[in-house]
Design a binder for this molecule. Structure first.
Ligand code: 3PY
Length: 259
């Protein structure tokens, strides 16, 4: 079991994912039973600590779905914890330069002939089970199997995205449209209707594809995700647990008030 974007492309179907902000094993297991290709555990903005990250990543993998972890920053120890618990992919917020992207790749790779400057320590005790592998198989294949995703979500990142996309070991550039709009001086939630944000989004998509890398985008509904897939993105979530819960509960209460 591992996230295979190539398979998704060959099936001519986008890879479909969900996004988790809440903590907990049972919730992760429930969310991961809905037929996704991947579920993202958001340790940047979610209420998810190190212990819950371990539980949720294990729950998602045991449901046959690829767990992706968004870490809070880009410190090597954050990368280490997320990969050691068994994430199939890691998402790092706010990558703005080629140097930052190179440092992230070093943190993700075990030292090897291809990655002599890899920094990852060899003690992943729990990750092999999340790949249905033993420890030796995991250590042998992790450098190739783990998907390394950096977020492009500032004006500076857009300016530098060609250099970032070319960094060996970066597999995907993922646009955070809310932060991108904020960094350009707009209200974050207005991003779909801001021409400057949309031009930057198209530029990042074109450059990412030209570099032979995958492109991802954040979305919170099927309609928004479909627009991004049609535009050419490979990897888009179509919701988030807290958004689903609050929208459903408030709609039901509203209905009840009107009955
Ligand atoms: C953004 O929209 O800025 C994101 O990073 C998604 O959470």
């Amino acid at each position: 079991l591992q996230l295979s974007l190539e398979n998704a492309a060959a099936r001519k179907k986008p890879s479909i994912g969900q996004w988790m902000e809440f903590p907990g094993y049972t919730l992760a297991k429930t969310v991961a039973s809905l037929g996704e290709d991947w579920v993202l555990v958001d340790c940047e903005h979610g209420n998810i600590d190190d212990r819950d990250m371990y539980l949720q990543v294990g729950a998602i993998a045991s449901a046959g779905v690829s767990p992706i972890v968004r870490i809070p920053g880009s410190e090597p120890w954050m990368v280490k914890r997320a990969l050691d618990c068994g994430a199939h992919g890691i998402m790092v917020p706010m990558c703005e330069t080629k140097e930052q992207a190179e440092a992230i790749v070093r943190s993700c790779k075990y030292p090897s002939p291809k990655w002599p400057r890899g920094l990852r320590g060899a003690g992943a005790m729990f990750a092999p089970a999340c790949f249905n592998q033993d420890g030796r198989q995991y250590l042998t294949h992790a450098n190739d199997n783990v998907v390394v995703i950096v977020q492009i979500e500032s004006r500076m990142a857009v300016e530098n995205c060609e250099e970032i996309a070319k960094v060996d070991g970066i597999d995907m550039l993922f646009i955070g449209p809310n932060d991108l709009a904020s960094s350009m001086g707009y209200f974050a939630f207005d991003h779909p209707k801001i021409p400057e944000v949309q031009e930057a989004t198209q530029k990042v998509l074109d450059i990412t594809k030209a570099a032979g890398k995958y492109a991802g985008h954040f979305a919170l509904s099927a309609e928004a995700a479909a627009l991004k897939y049609k535009q050419g993105f490979d990897f888009v979530n179509c919701g988030a647990d807290i958004v689903a819960l609050t929208a459903w509960m408030s709609a039901e209460m509203q209905k009840l008030r009107e009955l």
